[in-house]
Write a protein that binds this ligand. Structure first.
Ligand SMILES: Cc1cc2nc3c(=O)[nH]c(=O)nc-3n(C[C@H](O)[C@H](O)[C@H](O)COP(=O)(O)O)c2cc1C
Length: 338
């Protein structure tokens, strides 16, 4: 088993697509001794390349996270019916619902070509397990490759595909689950329960992810011999993060007191603060990523422009109540107790 280490501090500031991850967040993480990841998700290749160059100017230790195209079978009729249910919501925000897009792979091949041609020290994957040739190619180019998993069977797939390590993401994590089987996905797993189940199946270094919000949490998960802890929600209010103001404010607003796991925004399970949108659509939203992500995008953009927290995906993990404003260095110091 390879010995992996992420930096002076065993913390990965999680990749957070959709705005929060910025080059400034990644370089601030590195300056504070942790490891930051750029989030390639939803970006064009040109934007990703620009972010990589911006980070490379300030640090040599960083990573890039890529979404593996989601091959979950989709009931197209159910997605079309869900589009009809979204009509009143589109009217509420004064937007047109787009035609359904079935074919978006988030520029998978071009993002991989970029990472092979201009390698970065770390590459992690979400939503799936890439094939052996892809992982081998990145390793030959000089990258450590981590695959995000939510159950032991996915860690076995990552092992068979040659990954250097896995990120064990529990159900308490904020944002999308990386599950490769959203039909069977369980959102009640905890990091402490998941890691031993993975360890008993594969001899791979493990990063723990999900619900770490205090020094005690950090010590507990490092006690499972995880070589690092990936933390997202706790950094959403960092000044270097690109989190929308409405999202930041909702995280301290007593009206948003709990999180739910919902497919309502994107068609994949994701943990979010509970709001009017999740209450209205969580029961009826089918699986259908990325079609539903594109369908709800104009609604979410209009709600964000109006500053309405009830129409946007307020991704947050179960420990969101502990997140505080501050610099990345201050937030990290608060977590590691220095
Ligand atoms: C706003 C937000 C966006 C996220 N986007 C990504 C992403 O693009 N790629 C990824 O692998 N994980 C993503 N995650 C999940 C994190 O990598 C990590 O698993 C999670 O934040 C850990 O749980 P925590 O939020 O309780 O710290 C996201 C999480 C949040 C809160």
């Amino acid at each position: 088993m390879k010995d992996l280490s992420v930096g002076d501090v065993p913390v990965i500031v999680a990749p957070m697509a959709g705005g929060p991850s910025t080059p400034a967040l990644v370089t601030a993480a590195a300056a504070a001794g942790a490891l930051g990841f750029l989030a390639a998700g939803y970006k064009t290749v040109e934007n990703l390349a620009g972010e990589i160059e911006a980070v490379r100017d300030s640090t040599e230790n960083f990573g890039v996270n890529v979404f593996v195209p989601d091959d979950t079978p989709v009931d197209r009729g159910a997605v079309k019916r869900f589009r009809d249910r979204l009509r009143p919501e589109a009217e509420r925000y004064g937007v047109e619902l787009p035609e359904i897009r079935w074919d978006d792979d988030d520029h998978w091949a071009d993002k991989l070509s970029l990472l092979m041609a201009a390698p970065v020290p770390w590459v992690s994957f979400a939503f799936g397990v890439p094939d052996r040739a892809t992982i081998r190619g990145l390793q030959r180019a000089g990258s450590h490759v981590l695959v995000t998993v939510t159950e032991p069977f996915e860690s076995e797939q990552a092992f068979d595909a040659g990954a250097d390590g896995v990120i064990a993401q529990s159900g308490s994590a904020g944002g999308h689950s990386s599950t490769t089987n959203p039909v069977l996905y369980r959102s009640d797993t905890t990091t402490l329960d998941l890691i031993p189940r993975i360890r008993s199946r594969v001899p791979l270094p493990v990063v723990a992810a999900g619900g770490v919000a205090s020094r005690e949490d950090l010590d507990a998960v490092l006690g499972t011999r995880a070589f690092a802890v990936q933390i997202g929600t706790h950094f959403l209010k960092a000044i270097e993060a690109g989190t929308r103001p409405t999202h930041r404010e909702a995280m301290g607003d007593p009206r948003f007191a709990e999180t739910v796991v919902t497919r309502a925004f994107t068609g994949r399970p994701a943990r979010s603060l509970r709001n009017r949108f999740t209450d209205t659509f969580s029961d009826s939203a089918p699986l259908g990523y990325p079609a539903i992500h594109h369908l709800t995008a104009p609604i979410r953009a209009a709600a964000a422009a109006m500053g309405d927290p009830h129409g946007i995906n307020l991704w947050a993990g179960a420990g969101f109540g502990y997140a505080r404003e501050g610099t990345t260095a201050e937030i990290l110091a608060g977590l590691i107790g220095s």
